[in-house]
Design a protein around this ligand. Structure first.
Ligand code: SF4
Length: 382
């Protein structure tokens, strides 16, 4: 067999690589393949799992890499754990997405549970992204609302007083369009001493107006949806982390093109349920659950999105008017202009812990996880 081939794992295979050892767990039949002390195989798998591979490695069978890994590739394919497909020279790689690949691309929380705060500084924005409202419900994003409320810098200052340098916490900062906040510079100054754990989230359409207003050292997440109308946010990509919003198969290919063309080192993918592409989401994200008929399989599609999307787990959202939310459902649980933050913090934390435990508790009557085959390896514990 000679030529150029694309290698990918089957979507129901969970890979683990540690030092020079590789474990592939087939979650369909629960059989495992183990390759111990296989330096080349481990390097091959690391390459496959690096975000920029998009789940596919192109292999030329005349290379040393293939010679070293042929036994691995053959065995994986023979047991139905992967595909090795011949491709025409020059044809593009078709990226793949599955629950595991999505999970490894999801950014680390950056703080212990319960201490992740999202500050929404304002609601105004002059752009008109078609899924604006949905974005903020599904991942950390700007979103506009019909309100001129803006966050008072003093509220930010007093919030920080409740934390000291030994606390583990992180702050995500979103608008509206942050540049439209009349006192943005003051808030940036207040947050600057804690900038190691501050991340500003701006949409690429807001890039030009915002980027010079934000501190050089602070984390900046650029939200990119498709099609991209202005590429200026891709200059100096090493300075930013990109959050690519993918709602259909074609978006994934575009995402890979941008990553390759601009040599983007840091990015992650947010899956967006735009209500028009259930096929893609079902195939790419929920395939495991359906295939195994775990309890999630019997939930409606909308509920699966809600359950699997961890956007709201253990987070506190503070709106410009001081309202505090702990989830997308229901109203505010407190208001920081009226309630002491310490009480609010404790209350929200307890609420998250209780709901999480209720969902996970084997003894409970209304839990959603009991029959799930992934109980012990649930991404919620990662
Ligand atoms: S840039 Fe952000 S806030 Fe403005 S419309 Fe788009 S998603 Fe909404």
């Amino acid at each position: 067999m000679s030529g150029v081939f694309d290698f990918q794992l089957s979507p129901y295979v969970y890979p683990f690589v540690k030092n020079n050892n590789v474990l592939l767990l087939n979650t369909k039949d629960m059989n495992a393949m183990i390759f111990n002390e296989e330096e080349h195989v481990a390097a091959f798998m690391r390459e496959l799992l690096s975000p920029s591979s998009f789940g596919v490695i192109r292999v030329d069978t005349s290379t040393e890499q293939y010679k070293h890994c042929k036994h691995f590739i053959d065995k994986v394919c023979k047991l139905g754990n992967g595909l090795f497909t011949e491709v025409r020279a020059g044809s593009g790689i078709v990226p793949v997405l599955n629950p595991y690949l999505l999970k490894i691309r999801t950014p680390a929380p950056g703080a212990e549970r319960g201490t992740n705060i999202t500050l929404v500084l304002n609601h105004e924005c002059f752009h008109n992204c078609s899924h604006c409202t949905d974005y903020a419900r599904q991942f950390t994003s700007c979103t506009k609302r019909n309100s001129h409320a803006v966050m008072n810098p003093e509220l930010v200052r007093s919030l920080l007083n409740y934390y000291n340098s030994s606390d583990h916490f992180s702050i995500d900062i979103c608008g509206g369009d942050l540049a439209l906040h009349p006192r943005l510079d003051e808030i940036v100054d207040i947050l600057s001493p804690v900038e190691g754990i501050c991340r500003y989230h701006i949409h690429y359409r807001q890039f030009k107006n915002n980027i010079n207003r934000l501190p050089e050292q602070a984390g900046k997440i650029i939200i990119v949806d498709f099609p991209v109308a202005d590429s200026s946010c891709f200059e100096n990509p090493q300075k930013y982390t990109y959050n690519f919003v993918v709602s259909k198969k074609e978006d994934l290919t575009l995402c890979r093109d941008y990553v390759m063309t601009h040599s983007i080192p840091n990015f992650y993918i947010s899956i967006m349920d735009a209500g028009r592409s259930n096929g893609f989401m079902k195939e790419s994200i929920f395939l495991l659950q359906d295939g195994l008929e775990c309890s999630l399989g019997s939930f409606s599609f909308k509920d699966k999105v809600r359950i699997i999307n961890s956007h709201y787990f253990h987070k506190t959202f503070i709106m410009p008017n001081g309202d505090v939310y702990s989830s997308a459902k229901g109203g505010p649980v407190a208001n920081l202009y009226h309630d002491a933050y310490l009480h609010v913090k404790e209350f929200v934390q307890n609420m998250h812990t209780q709901s999480w435990e209720a969902a996970r508790n084997r003894e409970g009557n209304s839990n959603v996880c009991t029959d799930c085959l992934f109980y012990e390896m649930c991404p919620g514990w990662w």
